[in-house]
Design a protein around this ligand. Sequence first.
Ligand SMILES: [Zn+2]
Length: 311
Amino acid sequence: MKTRTAVVTAVVTALLAGGTGNAQSRLNVVTSTEDLASIARDVGGDRVSVTALARGYQDPHFVDPKPSFILAVNRADLYIAVGRDLEIGWLPPLVTSSRNAKIQPGSRGYLDASLNVRILEIPTGQITRAMGDVHPFGNPHYWLEPGNGRLMAQAIRNKLSELSPADNAYFAGRYDDFDRRLAAAEKRWDAAMAPYKGTPLVTYHRSWPNFMDRFGLQVIGYVEPKPGIPPSPAHTLQLIEEMKRGGVKLIVVEPYFSLKTPQAIASQVPGGKVLILAPSVGGVKEAADFIQLFDYNINLLAATLKQVTGK
Ligand SMILES: [Zn+2]
């Protein structure tokens, strides 16, 4: 008994000390989402160990914190947040209760990935609840734009180099490789989407302004009346009328919303179609990293637009 207890104690002590061997020389990076984790792995390579908290198939605004989250955040050398209040409902208490001074907002080990990217829908004037539950500081779904992925990768490269200066050249090389692969992929995506420039569509939540703007599609309305506010009959009827008037057929839905209202709308609109796209890495198994996320969405969207538009 005594031996067994001693072994368990030793294992627990080792775990709390942050593991053994290689793990100790790696920077321990924790991110809010799988998108950030994917980019951090691309840039950090084998010098980082990366854990994402939210899964890609979850609504990133509303994540149930698990006990494992606190342990992960407690051990982090670097925390990377999406920012713009995306995680306001679940992250602040986790960071506060982590007892990890390194990753508190304002510390060197806390990176807000939204600070140097292109943010759309920044409200002007006073922010009120009438604007909806979420998105008070501009649209926080900015990672759905390849150019922003590049800017996020630059911010991560700079932060990793700051925390681990000896690996500066390694991170720079990894970033350059990511940048090259992303640029090659963008040519592919632009070619696939070129025939559908200007096509109007509807999305459930305001998750896609950066994505649609980048690829030249026009979002004319939302199933939600306001971000975070569930569909209402009056808004739904109005949306159906707008879609009919504009000949709009496609409704893009995030995987964590009910299909009931989107399908009801599609059934009332001539040629109406509902399409589920993945808003994050890990949202579907094919979207295993940042570039694959776009590969998956663009392939599916282009195929659907071909059907819907007949182009
Ligand atoms: Zn949102």
